[in-house]
Structure formats: C-alpha cells, structure tokens
Design a protein around this ligand. Sequence first.
Ligand code: AMP
Length: 177
Amino acid sequence: MKSIAVYCGANAGADEVYAEAARAMGRALADHGIRLVYGGGNVGLMGTIADAVLAAGGQVTGVIPQQLVDRELAHPGLTELFVVRDMHERKALMAQRADGFIAMPGGMGTLEELFEMLTWSQLGIHSKPVGLLNVGGFYDQLVGFLGHAAHEGFIKPQHAGLMKVAADPHTLIQLLQ
Ligand code: AMP
C-alpha cells in the first residue's frame, strides 16, 4: 500500500487523546512509507495528522473544495494540494488517490466519508481496505450498532467484516495490508 486516505474531525475533540492519536497515526504512516491523502485543511485533527506526517518526513496529498479553502484553512505546507470544485470531486479524487481508507475520531463529515467507502466496497465499486481507528473506545457504540444491524439481518455476514477495527495505528495499518 503506497497511500491511505484518512478521514478525521475538522475539530480537535474534547480530550487531548484524540490529537495524540492523530500524531501517532501520522508518524506510523511516515514510518511505513505510506503517503497521507486527506481533506487538505489545517484545522482540528486534519491539521494535526498532516503536520505529523510532514514532521516525520512523509508525504501528504490534500484535496480541498474551493469553498472550504478559507473555512478549513487550506494547509500551506503539503507535498501537493488539489483545489477542486465541490465535495463530490473531493471525495472522488481522495478515493482514487488512496489504496486504502482509515477513519479516525470525527463528526458527521468523517462518518459520511467512512460509510461511503464501506458501501462502495459492499457494492464492489472498489476493493480497497477500510479501517477504523477506535481511539479510547470512541467508536465502541458504532461498532456495536453495526453488529446489531448484522444480527437483525440488515448487513450480510460477508459484509460484516469489511471494516477492520484497531485501537492503535500500527495494528490497523497491518490489518489493512
Ligand atoms: P467532521 O467529521 O464533521 O469534522 O468533518 C471532517 C471533514 O469532512 C471536513 O473536512 C468536512 O469538510 C468534511 N465533510 C463534511 N461533510 C462532507 C461530505 N458530505 N462529503 C465530504 N466531506 C465532507
């Protein structure tokens, strides 16, 4: 795997543990020689992980819609930054540039991006791995809910394992590989 798209919060979260996890994820990507593909912003966990990859000598591709260049403070120091027309182009280009996908703690935007990649995988639109970095149990209820949906017959058994889950970056990268 040469690149991974990481979806994460445009906010830093209420606990320092989330920023620390973003730094650890960034260092792990650089250690593995994996390029970070992300939303291109310099806010919240997005900015933190980009800075961590760059500080560790890694490479970062940002993809940001024109209308978010100011709101999400397009990162000035990336290896490459694509400014695209809208959210659809952003998601398509990120998906195309990445060999796998990881969601870290985040809000609705992060969840939307995670589930798009999971449902595209389910439909066979791509066959790239998808992982969830479950920092400090942040996603326990989501993982539990997906188990419930599978138990109730709304997620097929063969799709239940599409999302790999781990609490630390190195384990998650290994699961995706
Ligand atoms: P959030 O998890 O809500 O903090 O958002 C994280 C990132 O997802 C931010 O860069 C948002 O601009 C982005 N985002 C929010 N909604 C969408 C969407 N529908 N499609 C693609 N990206 C989105």
